[in-house]
Design a binder for this molecule. Structure first.
Ligand SMILES: *Cc1c(COP(=O)(O)O)cnc(C)c1O
Length: 371
């Protein structure tokens, strides 16, 4: 039959058969084919190649979640006696680096984004791994990545960047000298709030190290989810462009409202890292946060009055989502830790979706009236 499928076939087979023993031996020895789906899978491979090319890296490894990509990638590059350094990461990453790594003999240090100078000193004193995240949650702080990455390379460290908030449409980690770019594909890559997945994009040598850990820990992406990721990727660019535009419109609207205090959006000139973002990113992204002129209860009232905007954690999809970080993502922090991180009870985070910007503004306006 002539004609090939336009979309990648979903190969659900867990195992692969061979003509004879010699063929199998050859494939096992040279990894020249598929053997078992915890190792590699044709659908997953296809999507890995797509994500890698979007990011400009020669390869990528797909995982069952962003955290699987993060933990496996870190473990591929540190061992007992090494030191890992990070700057203000996603909550679960923070726990992995700060609580888990020391338990397996890896010294770990996590700094705040206002301690970049100290970060440089620590790198000079010797680290094996530098883990960065930019933009950061929830105040959308931006790290000037390239100088730190270069310094880390000068001292022999591997540099990993969690680029989830930017997506490949807004940031090019490879051009910032990052070795491994991580995405929670649960967010922008998938883009429809219907998958949990993660990717580590890197060169072939780094992939091989990460791959060996993935094979052992078993966190490979499953073929159906790989297909859904592929489908999401087809619209990544148009989605993110529109989300960038709407986020800017919403940020500007919020900035003019009397019930709103500081608006945190890297696209606003008042944002502390605006200049770095303008230089480093292709777009300012679809995430923003703002403080209400209200206490915890007033902020809760605002959240409860939102209607088109859904009260839900996560981000990067077609539906606009709102969270009050103090009630979920940052609930486990003490009041003191939250104060140190600059997270007030009145802070609201928005992940902008694809709705008509005017509808979003109407929704925010009527909820603001309830504060
Ligand atoms: C969601 C998220 C993760 C974790 O991804 P999962 O797919 O939930 O495991 C890691 N980093 C950032 C920045 C995220 O937003």
């Amino acid at each position: 039959m002539k004609g090939n499928p336009v979309t990648p076939p979903v190969v659900l087979s867990a195992t692969y058969q061979f003509e004879n023993s010699d063929e199998l031996i050859d494939v096992v020895q040279h990894r020249s084919g598929y053997i078992y789906s915890r190792w590699d899978n044709p659908t997953v491979r296809e999507v890995e190649k797509t994500v890698a090319s979007l990011e400009g890296y020669s390869d990528a490894a797909g995982f069952g979640s962003g955290m699987a990509a993060i933990t496996c990638s870190i473990l591929a590059f540190v061992e007992k006696g090494n030191r890992a350094l990070a700057i203000q990461t996603y909550g679960e990453t923070y726990r992995f680096i700060n609580d888990y790594l020391p338990r397996i003999g890896i010294e770990a240090l996590e700094l705040s984004c206002d301690e970049v100078d100290r970060c440089a000193t620590e790198i000079e004193q010797g680290v094996s791994l530098l883990f960065l995240e930019s933009p950061m949650n929830p105040l959308l702080r931006i790290i000037d990545i390239k100088p730190l990455a270069q310094l880390a390379h000068d001292h022999g460290a591997v540099v990993i960047l969690d680029s989830t908030f930017a997506s490949p449409a807004n940031q090019r980690p490879i051009e910032l000298d990052v070795d491994i770019a991580i995405h929670s594909a649960t967010k922008y890559l998938g883009g429809h709030h219907d998958i949990t997945a993660g990717f580590a994009c890197c060169n072939k040598e780094h992939r091989e190290r990460i791959w060996k850990k993935r094979r052992m820990f078993g966190g490979i992406l499953d073929p159906m989810t790989a297909f859904l990721t592929w489908r999401g990727l087809q619209t990544l660019d148009v989605r993110v462009k529109r989300q960038n535009e709407t986020a800017m419109t919403v940020a500007q609207f919020l900035s003019t409202q009397t019930q709103v205090g500081t608006v945190y959006y890297p696209g606003l000139p008042a944002h502390p890292d605006h200049a770095v973002a303008a230089r480093q990113m292709k777009g300012f992204g679809g995430m923003l946060s703002f403080e209400l002129d209200a206490d915890f209860e007033g902020t809760k009232r605002f959240m409860d009055h939102l209607s088109i905007i859904k009260l839900a954690t996560s981000l990067g999809g077609v539906t606009t989502l709102a969270t009050q970080p103090v009630t979920n993502t940052h609930a486990s922090l003490s009041a003191q830790e939250r104060a140190a991180a600059g997270i007030k009870d009145s802070l609201v985070r928005l992940s902008i979706g694809l709705e008509d910007p005017e509808l979003l503004i109407d929704d925010l306006q009527q909820a603001l009236a309830s504060v």
